[in-house]
Structure formats: C-alpha cells, structure tokens
Design a protein around this ligand. Structure first.
Ligand SMILES: [Zn+2]
Length: 116
C-alpha cells in the first residue's frame, strides 16, 4: 500500500512506500507543543516528495539536526528531515497531513522531548 499526504494547498505532497501507520507519537518539546504534529518516522528510501523544493521553507534551531519544513503558501508542515540516533537519515511524517488516516483511532505515544 502507498501512503499519501500533503500540505493544505497541495504544493508539498508525498508518497510513502508503507502501510498506513496505526501508531503516532506526540512530543512536548518547544516546537512540537506549538505545532501539534503527530509524528511517524521513516527512512528516505521509502519517501518520495511530489512537487518542488522551491515551495518549501525550512526552519532550524538548536543543534540544527532537524530540518523543520513548511509550505511557503499555506504554512502547513507535512514532513521534516533530519538525522536520527546513530547518524541515520530520517524523515518525519506529520500524520495530521496524511490522507485517509483516522486520527481518533491512532495509538498515540507521548514522547518527553522537553526533557532532552
Ligand atoms: Zn501548502
């Protein structure tokens, strides 16, 4: 199955070579508590961006290990890119931007990012 997602205006869209996730992660760190993303993590080989990187603005802070992307037009943040534990490239998917997902039945795990 292929998972699809996008920002509100559709300029940033993607496909994931995975089944629809049944679990997500919420984080209480300084940026996540403001944005309210529900995270799912994948690897770049399973992620295909549809559209142009010219439509993406990127915010970085602290150690600059995560590229917090958002759409220049509508402001939504459907994904981010970064380096995970062990130096491995990771893609964060915001499950709130994924098509056809039932957010009310997702098993959500709380991550204490604020303490890191
Ligand atoms: Zn947009």
């Amino acid at each position: 199955m292929t998972v699809t997602g996008s920002c509100h205006c559709g300029k940033i869209a993607y496909e994931l070579d995975e089944d629809l996730p049944a679990e997500g992660m919420a984080c209480n760190c300084s940026i996540c508590r403001r944005k309210g993303n529900l995270h799912h993590f994948t690897t770049p080989d399973k992620f295909a961006l549809k559209g142009s990187r010219d439509d993406i603005a990127t915010y970085e802070f602290n150690k600059h290990i995560i590229k917090h992307h958002h759409c220049k037009t509508c402001g939504c943040a459907p994904f981010a890119e970064g380096v995970g534990p062990g130096g491995k490239a990771m893609v964060e998917i915001n499950l709130r931007c994924v098509d056809g997902i039932d957010l009310d039945t997702l098993k959500v795990t709380q991550f204490d990012g604020a303490s890191m």
